[in-house]
Design a protein around this ligand. Structure first.
Ligand code: ATP
Ligand code: MG
Length: 475
């Protein structure tokens, strides 16, 4: 606040000076007018010639001023000297357009390096040509005026020397008092435990800061949820990993004790399957963590791609497995379906959906992958006629490690969580619904269709030429 004050101060001095001058001029101008009127009364026009009857005492009175020099002269309007102080400069021309005899005018001029203030009036008889009018002028140096103006300026500025420091002190005091709650808030936050995510009390917070603290508390709340989710995830992951590892250990101990080569081979095969399963789980956990954390640069890059083509490739990869399982795996599309997305992530998404459909459909079932598209959306559907899903499980299955039938089917319950995460990164949401007719379930993800940006418009044709050539319209 000091900077603007320091800027405003010189400005206020300049203004004060200007107005002080105006004020100081006023009374002295009045006196000068009276002088002019008095002298003008002593000038008589006899047959158009001026006759000055100024008594010596009057002249002495005119000179009697203590501080300023006073001069006067009588001249004709076109600049001929008639009487008074000879040295006083006569202007080349008195220039008022609508001068009226008897009226008093004011002007400023310089004389011998001194500023002079003039008051003058015209004397004329009727029928007298304008340039021969008589001008009576009284001039005065401006010492008194300057002194008065300076006094006014001083009486305004001097108190400011006391008022401004006082104002600064008061502002200082007020601001530091006003900011005290802010300092207190800062200390509260600074001294907080790093792990403390509880909301900040808004009781003693100033009104203006309440929205900020509330927003901050909301952020804390979200962070708390996030941290809890992370902790739960780590705990779940550890738990999930422990199961296959315990299994592996049991199988290994069993194999050590085994001497029959056939039984040993069987145990080793089981160990290999167990390692596969654990490896898959670790891979899924990694995928999920990467997708959530934004992933590597290759996974972040979104580009226009044909979803129909991508799904077709994924389906081709799974055909052999489907034949092995005796499931009819089909693919339907309506031609290219462009969306904006990431190839790696979308392939992962599709793989998980097809894997689920094949896994939860018994031999002899059908699985169909479909890419439909209309003007604004591209829809991916994976439909099966397998065990299906109940309405109340449909949302739950997207949670991590959630499995409907953990006893009889195999899996870690991460597939749909990964699918949802990837869908969210494509501003979409995945759903798994029971089929409206018949058995099975349909997984569905809706994407926004992508269109190439329109080419730049060609420069407008010059139609005026065309109009000129066309024949005029007849009636
Ligand atoms: N097409 C489907 N038909 C019926 N149930 C399904 C289908 N897809 C998923 N589910 C159910 O949702 C649950 C969660 O699926 P999710 O893919 O997340 O895990 P998972 O398949 O059990 O294990 P994995 O992580 O190995 O994929 C499954 O256990 C299954 O019960
Ligand atoms: Mg799955």
């Amino acid at each position: 606040m000091l900077a603007p004050l320091l800027f405003v101060w010189p400005l206020s001095i300049a203004f004060t000076h200007y107005f002080a001058n105006n004020v100081a001029n006023y009374p002295y101008d009045q006196a000068l007018r009276e002088h002019v009127a008095a002298i003008a009364r002593q000038v008589k026009l006899v047959n158009g010639k001026p006759v000055l009857t100024l008594p010596a005492s009057a002249r002495a009175l005119l000179r009697a001023d203590e501080t300023d020099s006073v001069y006067f002269h009588v001249v004709t309007r076109d600049g001929k000297f008639l009487a008074g102080d000879k040295d006083l400069p006569i202007p080349a021309q008195f220039t008022e357009k609508s001068a009226i005899p008897g009226e008093i005018y004011l002007r400023d001029a310089e004389f011998n390096g001194q500023d002079l203030r003039f008051a003058y009036t015209y004397l004329a008889e009727t029928e007298m040509p304008k340039e021969r009018w008589i001008v009576v002028e009284v001039a005065e140096t401006t010492e008194k005026r300057n002194q008065l103006a300076n006094k006014i300026v001083a009486s305004v500025i001097l108190p400011q020397f006391i008022i401004i420091p006082l104002a600064v002190m008061l502002v200082w005091f007020g601001l530091s008092r006003g900011l005290r709650p802010l300092t207190r808030l800062r200390k509260t936050i600074e001294t907080r435990d790093p792990g403390d995510l509880s909301p900040i009390a808004t009781r003693r917070v100033p009104e203006e800061l309440e929205p900020l603290v509330e927003a901050f508390n909301e952020m804390l709340e979200r962070m708390k949820k996030n941290v809890e989710a992370q902790q739960r995830f780590v705990a779940d992951a550890a738990h999930q990993l422990r199961t296959p590892l315990t299994g592996l250990k049991t199988q290994a101990q069993f194999a050590i004790r085994e001497s029959d080569p056939e039984a040993l081979r069987h145990a080793m095969r089981q160990i290999a399957t167990g390692v596969d399963r654990a490896g898959r789980l670790v891979n899924q956990l990694l995928t999920l963590a990467r997708t959530e954390g934004g992933g590597e640069p290759a996974q972040q890059r979104h580009e226009p791609l044909d979803l129909a083509l991508l799904i077709r490739e994924v389906v081709e990869d799974w055909v052999m497995l489907a034949i092995e399982k005796g499931i009819d795996l089909g693919y339907e599309s309506e031609g290219p379906a462009m969306i904006m997305g990431n190839v790696f992530l979308l392939r992962e998404l599709a793989r998980n959906l097809v894997d689920n459909a094949l896994r939860y459909t018994p031999t002899g079932g059908h699985v169909t992958c479909r890419v439909l598209h209309n003007a604004s959306t591209v829809v991916l559907e994976v439909e099966d006629d397998g065990v299906g899903i109940s309405e109340d499980q449909a949302e739950l299955v997207f949670e991590r490690f959630y499995r409907v039938d953990d006893a009889t089917t195999e899996g870690s319950g991460l597939g749909l969580a990964i699918v949802q995460e990837i869908a969210m990164q494509h501003d979409s949401k995945a759903s798994l619904r029971p089929n409206p007719v018949g058995l099975g379930a349909t997984a569905r993800v809706v994407f926004a269709a992508w269109y190439p940006p329109p080419p730049p418009l060609p420069p407008p044709d010059d139609f005026s030429e065309l109009y000129r050539q066309s024949p005029p319209l007849g009636p």
